[in-house]
Ligand binder design. Structure first.
Ligand SMILES: [Zn+2]
Length: 343
């Protein structure tokens, strides 16, 4: 931060485990460069009232930079506070479960945890700093879910490229970003299993395969989705969230199944679907409705999920062909059938 010319006072917004794991690091490293800092204990929900509380705390500290450390909601809150105060945000994810850290987006929830909307900020974080030893010590399920979120990146980018859709910033996808998104998928295939292995039997330093998966989940997927765009997988994820049973499952777990559905919807080649299925199985991502809590999905709920997936403004309309709710419902059933059949 000192190298980037960022000045204190620093307001660190952090959840409980981030404080436990990183407080001594903050004391040592901020002390070494004479950056004064204070810590705001994140309340747990990225809600409008929590953003207001955190902002008041940051203002009281006279903060000129916000550091957010923790999981997705802490990071989203930190970004929102930094945007409101027009100061830089520094993002320190302690898990690699989604591709949001590098983004300029905060998902806003109600205080009881329902999605209320999202805010698109003017600027991306000034710095995203990942301590891979911290990620390596987090639960394996988080890293695997991050691979699910990263799995969708190339396929959604490809859909956007085919339809010449606009990216999150309203611009066109560059060839550079297309290459990053493709590299993201290749990295998952090459290093996913080794990274899972490394999480299960950790060495003294994080294994190179784990480092590459952390990069894929965080940087490649983050740049990929924001600068190429989203498509069917994330809209089907949003549709699936209509069913209360899926709330126990992580974003990336549902996105992985949504990716399979997208490929079915696109009538992708059987070999490609088989590759994605094999990858999901090899790292433990869901490939069936059963695996995301929907073993008994009835047609009424399926219709609701499909209808929600295609509401106006959904990313699924970035697919290079018109998509209807009936097509989505059929794709979900077919993806589930394929997922079960080859298990
Ligand atoms: Zn996502």
């Amino acid at each position: 931060m000192a190298g980037l010319g960022l000045r204190g006072p620093v307001c660190i917004l952090a959840g409980k485990s981030a404080r436990r794991d990183l407080e001594s690091t903050w004391a040592a490293t901020f002390g070494a460069v004479n950056l004064p800092y204070g810590v705001y204990a994140f309340g747990g929900e990225c809600s409008v009232p929590e953003i207001a509380r955190a902002r008041a705390a940051a203002e009281a500290m006279g903060a000129r930079v916000i550091v957010a450390a923790g999981g997705g909601k802490a990071l989203d809150t930190g970004r929102a506070v930094a945007a409101e105060l027009s100061v830089p945000a520094v993002i320190c994810p302690t898990i690699a479960s989604t591709d949001s850290p590098c983004s300029a987006i905060s998902v806003i929830y109600t205080e009881s945890g329902e999605v209320e909307g999202s805010r698109k900020h003017d600027r991306n974080p000034a710095l995203v700093l990942v301590d891979s030893a911290v990620i390596a010590a987090a639960p394996l399920r988080m890293l695997v879910a991050g691979m699910g979120d990263a799995l969708s990146t190339w396929f959604e980018a490809r859909a956007c490229i085919r339809s010449n859709a606009r990216n999150m910033g309203g611009g066109a996808c560059t060839r550079a970003v297309a290459a990053l998104a493709e590299l993201c998928w290749r990295t998952l295939q090459e290093d996913g299993v080794a990274a899972v292995q490394a999480m299960k039997s950790p060495g003294p330093v994080p294994a190179p395969a784990l480092e590459r998966i952390i990069e894929a989940n965080t940087l490649l997927s983050g740049l990929g989705f924001e600068s190429a765009g989203l498509a069917g997988a994330h809209s089907i994820h949003n549709g699936l969230c209509e069913a209360p049973e899926v709330h126990a499952y992580l974003h990336g777990e549902k996105v992985a199944f949504g990716t399979l559905c997208q490929l079915v919807l696109e009538r992708a080649p059987a070999e490609e679907i088989a590759q994605v299925l094999a990858f999901c199985r090899s790292v433990g991502l869901p490939t069936t409705l059963d695996a995301i809590g929907l073993a008994n999905l009835d047609d009424a709920m399926l219709a609701r999920i499909a209808a929600r997936s295609v509401i106006p403004g959904e990313w699924i309309h970035n697919e290079p062909f018109p998509v209807t709710a009936a097509m989505v419902a059929e794709a979900i059933r077919e993806a589930d059938r394929i997922g079960r059949q080859r298990a």
